[in-house]
Design a binder for this molecule. Structure first.
Ligand code: ADP
Length: 843
């Protein structure tokens, strides 16, 4: 038997979307067939059935109701599948085969709907083009309309992995040819869907980029990035099936951003904790007091990409300072800001024709809040806030149109009841007609019972016959002449009358027309909103900036931060600095503040001190204070004067990178290599315990050579902590300055004061810390004995063997070499004599 025409159509369409699950619209359902049905029924836990497929026999099938499809699609996409949504293009009719086509391909990187998205996080789609000289990288968030294009030179400081680690893209596009290795690496390291596109998509003449290229000369500087951007837009065209040209494009100028590689981001726990990648325990969690989703995304971006431009930073700091000084003002602002929904995402959905009635109601609520916001901002003086005021556009004309929507519109357009009474005469008339019809129907049952004397007569409705009058068999003789029989049931008959039909036409006609009209009006309203997406996005961005500034201001007040001063010099002066996260974890008042004083002349601090004394905390706090300042935030200190830093590098802690098969030591050396290659004299280096993962002498030597290289050749501001006390000998007129962690000893008791003081450590207190950690007493006691013995044998704490006079060395060697079992007594006596002579000659 040949394939049924419908299955033929299915197969035609499926051919083009081989790697997606095809949702095939059949009446009120989306059906899946073959492999797709098996996958979907397993993943969605829905019943697997079958359908006669002609030559294929019975084919596996499963389906979901179309009105609930979004949920199912969201679940599949969340699990990393692509879903092709195939709709019916013609109204359903009995005649012939309905035309169908895929109207959207939903993937993790191209979703727009809220059920797929985290409010405070971007959902990025990245396109990466590897080429000889480096990588072209384009990155877009379709849901907000922002796009960034840039390039990463192969010999630069950041590789694609650093950038992908920051962006955490949901989906990465790669060329299908010649990038297998890269695809495997990305799939292995990042939780992203990898989609391969033919290389031709990356080579397209600038077609897809044209609308963006028009007035962007800066794109010429990033040809690889532009090609990646072209591929990204081509892909979006194929998935969204719509044109979307309203991108807010940033062409990445590297020089304006404080660079952080992947390891440094991870180590500093800026937006993700080391423990579980979550938000708790991060700098973001301390500073983020934003009340809008847009602000939530932006504060993350500011912390992830601090600026290196003094003017930009100071502009932010001026605004934070202004907001900081007026707590009542901030409170009022927060109340109004809370009413502003995610304008960026609403605007994108409106522009792409995806906005729901509730989206537009959210837009209306947001626009309503804006005039109030402008009133509140009127007294603002700082340049940045003034600029934001200019960018906020409350779009009164659009708001007026949106007023036609009811207060709480239904979720779907088809449900009707979207518009208020009185906003359109035709809608009012149709509603009136439907109401009248229903009123007439309501009275019908009682009236007909009276007229016919049939007490059990009922009015009902079904989809096939419409409204009917139902009379039980026993009452059939009472049925009047004008009743026309329509349906016979087991115990009853159903009738209609001409009047009933008339009213039915009126009610149903009115309802249909009403639904059509409301849909038409809604589409027009959505288009009107979409046409203003640019203004909406700009307004949304301004609101986001304001939200972030207010959030930084309230953190500054709450945690007693100070305003840092910044310039292009090489200083790093911090008085009473604190670690913003650790101080929040400790009971109030327990955190011990510490100073930092570095300048161009002596930029290298060597910090020694026992474990657990607070070295790592101190190192990170200096990096975080610098980063916060350059992001535009006040900082946890009494005073901070910071010369702008171009890069922060960290080498902290030991973590095996088992996934890539590298040992702790290898990871450590790799991080050191990145530092030596990328650091400049304007960088800030944080090195915590270099050379741990190998033998002592190896470790000391590597740490020593690295330190020499950094202060001798690079000249970067550096904090270098080590438990190798030997390194303190490097200190000198031009070398490192020694600092140590203050320790108070009282008998066997040791107190770590967490205070950084000039000087060097001469003991490790390792056994003390082991005791703190709860190692059994007898082990601790024994360790103390052994330590005492070792220390008495080799004066000083250092493990280096004390030198012996050369004669003694020789003597010992001869003794060791004596082969006693093969020595005659006479020979032994002779050797003894020789040894004695050796000893005497040495003296
Ligand atoms: P180290 O790097 O020297 O081994 P850490 O920096 O890890 O030490 O600090 C150990 C613990 O000491 C931290 O968990 C923290 O609770 C506490 N600590 C560190 N610095 C301070 C400080 N400045 N004030 C108070 N407690 C501190």
């Amino acid at each position: 038997m040949a394939l049924t025409p419908m299955m033929q159509q299915y197969k035609e369409i499926k051919k083009e979307y081989g790697d997606a699950i095809l949702f095939f619209r059949l009446g009120d359902f989306y059906e899946m067939f073959f492999e797709d049905a098996l996958t979907a029924s397993r993943e969605l836990e829905i019943t697997l059935t079958g359908r006669e497929g002609g030559e294929d026999g019975r084919v596996p099938m499963c389906g979901v109701p179309y009105h609930a499809a979004d949920n199912y699609i969201a679940r599949l996409v969340g699990k990393g599948y692509r879903v092709a949504v195939c709709d019916q293009l013609d109204p359903p009719s009995n005649r012939g085969l309905v035309r169908r086509a895929v109207v959207r391909l939903v993937t993790r990187g191209t979703v727009l709907e809220d059920q797929f998205l985290e409010p405070g996080e971007n959902n990025f789609l990245a396109a990466l083009l590897p080429a000889g000289g480096g990588w072209g990288l384009a990155c877009a968030d379709v849901s907000t309309g922002e796009m960034t294009i840039g390039e990463l030179p192969r010999d630069g400081n950041l590789g694609y992995a650093d950038e992908l680690a920051r962006l955490k893209p949901a989906e990465v596009l790669l060329p299908a040819e010649g990038a297998d290795q890269l695809a495997a690496e990305i799939a292995g390291q990042f939780d992203a869907l990898v989609t391969r596109l033919p290389l031709s998509a990356f080579n397209a003449e600038r077609g897809p980029m044209l609308p963006l290229l028009r007035d962007r000369e800066d794109l010429a500087a990033v040809p690889l990035g532009t090609r990646a951007g072209g591929a990204l837009l081509t892909y979006l065209g194929n998935t969204l099936k719509k044109e979307y040209a309203r991108w807010r494009l940033t062409v990445r100028g590297r020089e304006e951003i404080l660079l952080l590689d992947r390891a440094s981001r991870r180590n500093l726990e800026i937006t993700r904790s080391l423990r579980d990648g979550g938000r708790e325990g991060t700098l973001l969690a301390v500073l983020d007091d934003t009340v809008t989703a847009m602000g939530g995304r932006l504060i993350r971006a500011w912390l992830e990409e601090p600026s290196t431009v003094v003017a930009t930073i100071n502009e932010r700091l001026d605004a934070v300072e202004e907001l900081k000084e007026a707590s009542g003002w901030r409170r009022d602002l927060a109340v109004v800001l809370r009413q502003v929904r995610d304008l960026e995402r609403l605007a994108a959905r409106a522009a792409l024709g995806q906005a729901t009635p509730r989206d537009l109601a959210g837009l209306r609520a947001s626009l309503r809040a804006l005039p109030q916001l402008l009133v509140l901002l009127a007294p603002a003086r700082s340049a940045l806030v003034r600029k934001l005021v200019d960018e906020i556009d409350p779009l009164p004309d659009l708001l007026e149109r949106l007023a036609a929507l009811v207060d709480e519109p239904p979720a779907g357009v088809r449900e009707g009841g979207l518009f208020r009474d009185g906003c359109h005469p035709e809608i009012d008339r149709l509603r009136q007609a439907a109401r009248e019809g229903r009123g007439w129907l309501a009275g019908l049952e009682a009236g007909e019972r009276e007229r016919t004397g049939i007490r059990s007569l009922k009015v009902g409705y079904n989809r096939v016959f419409g409204y009917y009058l139902e009379v039980t068999k026993s009452n059939l003789d009472l049925v009047p002449d004008d009743y026309q029989r329509r349906q016979t049931l087991a115990g009853a008959e159903r009738f209609v009358t001409p009047r009933l039909k008339e009213y039915e036409d009126m009610i149903l006609g009115a309802q249909d027309r009403l639904a059509e009209l409301e849909e038409e009006m809604f589409t027009a309203l959505r288009t009107a909103a979409g046409a203003r997406s640019e203004e909406l996005c700009r307004t949304g961005r301004a609101v986001a900036v304001l939200d972030v500034l207010a959030s930084l201001a309230s953190a500054a007040v709450r945690y007693k931060y100070c305003r840092p001063s910044l310039d292009g010099g090489g200083r790093l002066h911090i008085v009473a600095g604190r670690h913003p996260v650790v101080e929040r974890v400790l009971p109030p008042g327990r955190f011990v503040p510490n100073d930092t004083a570095m300048d161009g002349q002596r930029p290298f601090v060597l910090l020694t001190g026992p474990n657990m004394a607070g070295k790592s905390t101190y190192l990170r706090q200096v990096a975080l204070i610098t980063l916060m300042a350059q992001a535009g935030s006040f900082v946890p200190a009494e005073y901070a004067d910071i010369g702008i830093v171009d890069r922060i590098f960290t080498r902290i802690g030991a973590s095996d990178d088992l996934a890539s098969g590298r040992s702790t030591f290898m990871v450590e050396m790799d991080e050191c290599r990145a530092i030596v290659r990328g650091a400049t004299e304007h960088s800030l280096l944080i090195l915590d315990e270099v050379g741990r993962g190998t033998s002592t002498y190896d470790g000391i030597s590597i740490a020593w050579a690295l330190a020499e290289h950094i202060y001798g050749r690079i000249g970067a501001r550096t904090l270098f902590s080590t438990h190798y006390h030997e390194l303190t000998e490097l200190a000198g007129a031009s070398g490192p300055v020694n600092y140590t962690m203050a320790v108070q000893e009282q008998g066997e008791e040791v107190v770590f004061l967490h205070r950084v003081v000039p000087g060097k450590a001469d003991r490790s207190y390792g056994i003390f810390v082991a005791g703190l950690a709860g190692l059994p007493k007898d082990i601790i006691t024994r360790a103390r004995e052994l330590l005492a013995r070792l220390e008495s044998r080799t004066p000083g704490v250092q493990a280096a063997p004390a030198a012996r006079p050369p004669g003694e060395e020789k003597l010992l060697r001869s003794l060791r070499e004596l082969d006693l079992p093969n020595l005659t007594p006479l020979a032994a006596l002779n050797r003894l004599n020789q040894l004695k002579e050796l000893l005497e000659s040495a003296d």
